[in-house]
Design a protein around this ligand. Structure first.
Ligand code: URA
Length: 427
């Protein structure tokens, strides 16, 4: 086969076969196909769309481009994956919490890119925390503690590493088929029994409309089930940040608040719902209310927090150290009315501009940078009332401009509009 012919076939809207997709993924992994031809195939796939069979084939070949984690205990193995948004710190809570319920959680996570934060960056807010555990270290930690949050190892889905880097710079990220292959090849490499997906929609998510999010949700769920993993999902709102805090150290602190039994109601609710979903799908619980109670009690009694500290220390992080939140400034409203919208993309870009996120994968992040939302959609605000706090590094020449941008991110209208439902539906 010639790669040029496969690019042309996809360009013309035809379906590639299982073997043809194997040829491409193999060429990606073994570096026998140059970047420019991979880019052309990616763009043709994005523009023509991918069929369910193509998505399944892509996922399977990407998974098989590397190794899977070994099963190393006789406990059930589960994970939660979010498609990403602003302020989403539920992974930090659920990994240790589910481990307290005798479930193994080998959470292979990513870094933030674009406006969405990354779980690894949040964990690295703890000085010394290691995100580069080897497979042997992952296995040993699972045996001892039952949870790990670390980066994908070099051996996991190597095809994704190359594809993702090319997609990132060629405008080919937002394709349902390509996103499915990328996410699911890495999750399936964890050798899971059950997976719950949190598919985000709204101004602070990849998928801006609920229709697009539903399409991604059904593709991810179908692919997981086809590969033999119990897969369920929730569709959740990302038209405003989850919880109040956005930014790595700020979010780690808020996750700790939740593990102390307090914290903002929306972030607690999504955590309970996702955790309960896994207890139900693995038949640990048969009643949704009991499942939620089981999760809630581990937040109330401090067990999840204790396991979180153990996990951080096992990965060389210093938990006791106070996380550095830098100087802060308050952004006040310049008019009165009702909060009708929050521009997630703008808020995310402000955090990036202050040094709390990356513009490219190599950028360093300052963990102390972030923001705190003081209002939510549906709230009444008066002229002069604080809308949010920005936490920034001492040297921040653009802070006045960023304060103006932050103020503009909060849409204020003449009448009250209720916020979108937090959890829309589960599959
Ligand atoms: N996260 C991933 O890992 N891959 C994608 O393509 C999108 C989000």
């Amino acid at each position: 086969v010639l790669i040029k012919e496969l690019i042309e076939k996809k360009r013309d809207g035809l379906e590639l076969t299982f073997d043809e997709i194997h040829f491409i993924v193999d060429g990606v992994t073994r570096q026998t196909i140059p970047d420019y031809q991979i880019s052309a195939w990616l763009m043709a796939s994005l523009c023509s769309g991918m069929t369910e069979a193509e998505t399944a084939a892509l996922t399977e070949h990407m998974l098989n481009s590397g190794r899977r984690l070994k099963r190393c205990t006789d406990r059930l193995r589960v994970d939660k994956h979010s498609t990403g948004g602003l302020g989403d710190k539920t992974s930090l809570i659920l990994a240790p919490l589910l481990a307290c319920l005798e479930l193994d959680v080998p959470m292979l996570s990513g870094r933030g890119l674009g406006i969405t934060g990354g779980t690894l960056d949040k964990m690295e807010a703890y000085p010394g925390y290691r995100c580069d555990l080897s497979e042997a270290e992952i296995e040993s930690q699972l045996r001892k503690i039952g949870c790990v949050i670390t980066g994908t190892t070099a051996n996991v889905a190597p095809a994704d590493k190359r594809l993702y880097a090319i997609r990132d710079v060629t405008g080919t990220v937002p394709s349902v088929g390509l996103i499915t292959g990328s996410i699911m090849s890495k999750k399936l490499a964890e050798s899971l029994d059950a997976l719950v997906l949190d598919v985000k929609w709204g101004s602070g998510a990849f998928m801006k409309s609920i229709i697009e999010a539903r399409e991604l949700e059904s593709s991810l769920v179908r692919t997981g089930r086809r590969m033999g993993v119990i897969t369920t999902s929730l569709l959740t709102d990302m038209n405003q940040p989850l919880g109040r805090m956005v930014g790595n150290a700020c979010e780690a602190n808020e996750a700790v608040d939740i593990m102390k039994g307090s914290g903002p109601a929306d972030a607690v609710e999504v955590t309970l719902a996702l955790g309960a979903e896994l207890l139900l799908s693995t038949n640990r619980e048969s009643c949704p209310e009991k499942a939620r109670q089981a999760i809630a009690s581990l937040l109330q009694n401090g067990q999840a927090l204790h396991r979180y500290q153990e996990m951080i220390e096992a990965q060389s992080g210093r938990f006791s150290e106070v996380l550095p939140i830098e100087r802060s400034t308050v952004v006040e409203s310049k008019n009165s009315g009702w909060v009708v919208s929050l521009d997630g993309a703008r808020l995310g870009n402000i955090v990036i501009a202050m040094g709390g996120g990356r513009r490219s994968q190599q950028d360093a992040v300052n963990p102390g940078v972030g923001l705190e939302m003081l209002v939510r959609i549906g709230d009444r605000v008066e002229n002069g009332q604080p809308l949010l706090h920005l936490f920034f590094d001492g040297a921040q020449p653009e802070i006045d401009a960023l304060r103006d941008l932050a103020r503009e991110a909060v849409g204020i209208g003449p009448s009250q509009k209720p916020g979108p439902a937090l959890i829309v539906e589960s599959a």
